[in-house]
Write a protein that binds this ligand. Structure first.
Ligand SMILES: NC(=O)c1ccc[n+]([C@@H]2O[C@H](COP(=O)([O-])OP(=O)(O)OC[C@H]3O[C@@H](n4cnc5c(N)ncnc54)[C@H](OP(=O)(O)O)[C@@H]3O)[C@@H](O)[C@H]2O)c1
Length: 364
């Protein structure tokens, strides 16, 4: 369904979205390249589950709240969970996952490799710890959480010392072996710039046993639409998982771009939702799904978890989609470049990120 929807929408979006100023790197993928990312064989996956277009986010879901959120989500009909070692709650998420009676092959679990485990020898142990915490024999998707390696076991109080000797490619090759070992069905990336993605694509397509990213999880919502970047992925069969799909509702983002209203109080979204007799979160998430992205809203409240699932029934006209495109503020809420001391900066060439790549292109 997602693919059909995407194809139908892409044509409308191409007609209505103004051109962006940056150029993406040379496109290396082609439709024949699916063989680079086949699901592992699993007798119970027949047919194998594809990523559901709505899932439950789990960042900031603390302790037993995470267990209850997973319980509530299953009870409402979610079959997709977006976890990460860095959220420090995978044992609690695992308790929620083991409470259900549906077969493991009927639901989707994503988790993520943290920056301190990028050295190739640390990648498999990191995944095995996640599997043990989540109480599952395999993941559906394992993502490189950030294109940044930290020194493992840093001295106390210094959590983010950049490991200059471990490249994203070193880490990616170690992740490929996890698919060969049937520990995860797919692998992918998160928070990558076009240039970083291109590095992975160039290698995975040419190296023996190479496996290309199934998905890219990054920040995108009505205030940071990144339409050209999203469409580039969809065109090349890389799923886009939209994180922070409710824009600035994550309280961690309080104080970042305080000139931008909470999306719940944005008159444009209030009117749009009221006209359809739906809530603002349903409208925002419904737009995310209709543009072909996978949305993963986080909540620890059963009522909101249920409300958010209502997004799957939302439909916008072509005209409404065009109006929403005009509301893009191009603001990014999640950028740890400065805090981590990352050089070159993250999100190079993307809206709300470093513009070094844009400048280089313009100078050519
Ligand atoms: N790969 C990455 O680097 C990365 C980065 C960020 C996020 N993520 C993933 O994406 C998920 C979602 O992003 P996010 O957590 O940043 O933000 P989000 O899902 O856009 O927003 C979450 C916030 O919205 C509130 N909320 C949810 N539904 C609501 C509703 N119907 N009405 C009113 N408030 C509502 C939640 O509060 P309550 O919980 O109190 O209901 C929470 O404070 C994360 O949980 C995580 O799994 C990944």
């Amino acid at each position: 369904m997602l693919n059909t929807l995407t194809a139908a929408l892409t044509c409308c979006l191409l007609l209505t979205i103004p051109a962006h100023t940056f150029s993406l790197p040379p496109i290396l993928t082609s439709n024949e390249d699916h063989d680079h990312q086949k699901p592992i064989k699993h007798p119970k996956h027949h047919p194998p589950l594809d990523i559901p277009f709505i899932g439950l986010g789990l960042w900031n879901s603390k302790g037993s709240d995470a267990t209850h959120a997973v319980d509530a989500a299953f009870g409402t009909g979610y079959i997709h969970f977006d976890s990460a070692a860095a959220y420090s709650n995978e044992e609690y998420v695992g308790s929620g996952l083991t409470n259900v009676s549906i077969p493991r092959s009927s639901y989707w679990i994503t988790s993520k490799l943290w920056n301190t485990a990028h050295q190739p020898s640390l990648v498999e142990p990191a995944l095995r710890k996640t599997l043990s915490d989540l109480q599952t024999p395999y993941l559906d998707l394992y993502l490189m959480h950030w294109p940044v390696a930290f020194v493992p076991n840093p001295p106390k109080g210094r959590n983010s010392i950049i490991d200059q000797d471990t490249s994203i490619l070193n880490t990616w090759r170690a992740m490929e072996s996890l698919v060969h070992k049937n520990l995860t069905r797919y692998i992918g990336v998160s928070n990558f710039s076009p240039r970083q993605l291109d590095t992975i694509l160039a290698a995975c397509k040419t190296e023996k046993g190479g496996i290309c990213p199934y998905a890219h999880e990054f920040e995108t919502h009505p205030y940071l639409q990144q339409t050209e970047f999203v469409e580039w992925h969809l065109k090349h069969d890389i799923k886009v998982i939209a994180y922070s799909p409710l824009a600035n509702l994550n309280p961690t983002y309080n104080g970042t771009h305080s000139d931008v209203p909470s999306i719940l109080e944005d008159p444009f979204w209030q009117d749009l939702a009221a006209n359809k007799s739906i809530t603002v979160p349903q409208a925002v998430l419904g737009w995310g799904i209709q543009r072909g992205t996978v949305v993963i809203p986080k909540s620890v409240h059963a009522k909101r978890i249920k409300e958010n699932l209502g997004a799957v029934d939302v439909n916008f006209t072509g005209l409404e989609m065009a109006r929403i495109a005009e509301e893009d503020r191009r603001v990014r809420f999640n950028d740890p470049t400065k805090g981590w001391g990352v050089e070159p900066p993250l999100f190079e060439g993307l809206d709300g990120g470093s513009n070094r790549f844009v400048v280089e292109q313009e100078e050519l």
